[in-house]
Ligand binder design. Structure first.
Ligand code: SF4
Ligand code: SF4
Length: 355
């Protein structure tokens, strides 16, 4: 059965009022938020953008979405999980500060910002999924124990997955740092010996004593490592290295992680993709990166596979070619969508309802 994807054109990403007029029409005419945002806490999964990057969905657009959730009877809360990599979103305090600096305040958005702290056990949860690559997904609790979830995603290119949209926002975005590491690599981090100054910070922080110092350099016992990534965060010289080019596995693992969120929240999730300001790389990059396609518009659906496929098809149609393959020739982004359909997360076939 085909899923419905609502779509509204919008070709002026930098004109916030113009985008908001289109977004308003999309929310009103699709009614996408009404069934999921009826009551209780509605967590709005967003990306607040790394410092130096402006690709993220603007707080002014979140205002409209949060107001609509409130009008439906729900209580919106904006949230994102901390990152695996050193930057301004590595811990909850800095992440929150950056979100405010990027304009995601209660005054602008009409909702509180909550950054779950994955160093606190009570803010994380394991979800058993027993999939091919992931048996237990490690997620920030807020994303699976709220009354509803609205995933607001910036549709853009990505070094590891070809493109990123709703599935990436769910799978990678809702994971704790431990969960992100589990998706990014199969192995423990490794040490760039020449950059290790032997300070022992990694050894001190490792929760399972997997690290020792030998001849003034850090050595990891991969058989003990639980992949928590604490040492990656703690190393002052960035000597810890994670293999980011783990082939297609990262796509499949990300999709399996998305399945964990859907398992817990299925039926109470809506997806809104902004195919505007379509950059080459994701919003985690701490710098501006080139736009690779014209602004296309905004998509909404209850099906994460359909909403990403519709976004992909429309962007490529307007570009006249597969722009994501063009810019990331080593990655086939379709693999994430095909695998997601294969394991029952949604449909590649969709009915596009243009508003
Ligand atoms: S990833 Fe975690 S468990 Fe593994 S070596 Fe680093 S701190 Fe220790
Ligand atoms: S924290 Fe970094 S620099 Fe310090 S010992 Fe560990 S790997 Fe080396």
């Amino acid at each position: 059965m085909k899923s419905k994807v609502y779509f509204i054109r919008s070709d002026k990403a930098d004109d916030l009022q113009s985008v908001n007029k289109r977004l308003h029409l999309l929310l009103e005419n699709s009614g996408i938020l009404s069934p999921v945002a009826k009551s209780g806490r509605v967590v709005v999964k967003v990306h607040f953008g790394e410092e130096g990057n402006t690709g993220y969905v603007r707080p002014e657009h979140l205002r409209l979405i949060c107001d609509k959730i409130s009008a439906c009877g729900g209580m919106p809360v904006l949230s994102d999980a901390n990152t695996l990599y050193r930057g301004r979103r590595l811990n909850s305090a800095d992440h929150l500060k950056l979100a405010y600096e990027h304009g995601f305040t209660r005054e602008v958005c009409g909702a509180e910002v909550v950054i779950p702290d994955d160093t606190r056990k009570e803010e994380t949860v394991s979800v058993e999924i027993n999939r091919q690559f992931i048996k237990e997904a490690k997620l920030a609790r807020i994303f699976v124990e709220s009354d509803a979830l609205v995933a607001v995603s910036h549709f853009k290119g990505h070094t590891l997955t070809g493109f990123g949209g709703a599935l990436k926002n769910l799978g990678m975005g809702c994971a704790t740092r431990e969960g992100k590491l589990a998706q990014h690599c199969d192995l423990a981090p490794v040490v760039r010996v020449e950059e290790c100054i032997g300070c022992g910070e990694c050894k001190r922080i490792c929760p399972v004593s997997a690290i020792s110092l030998r001849d003034g350099k850090s050595v990891i016992d991969a058989s003990k490592c639980i992949g928590c990534a604490s040492c990656v965060a703690a190393c002052p010289t960035f000597a810890m290295f994670i293999d980011l080019h783990a082939g297609d596995k990262v796509k499949y693992k990300m999709v399996e992680y998305a399945s964990a969120v859907l398992k817990k929240m299925g039926g109470k999730i809506a997806f809104i993709n902004f195919a505007l300001k379509i950059n080459k790389e994701c919003d985690c990059w701490g710098m501006e990166n080139p736009r690779i396609a014209p602004d296309v518009g905004i998509f909404a659906s209850y099906d994460p596979v359909s909403v990403d496929k519709a976004s992909l098809d429309m962007v490529n149609k307007i570009c006249g070619k597969d722009i994501f393959k063009d810019t990331h020739p080593d990655q086939d982004g379709m693999k994430q969508l095909e695998y997601a359909e294969e394991i029952g997360l949604g449909n590649l076939d969709y009915d596009l309802v243009e508003l």
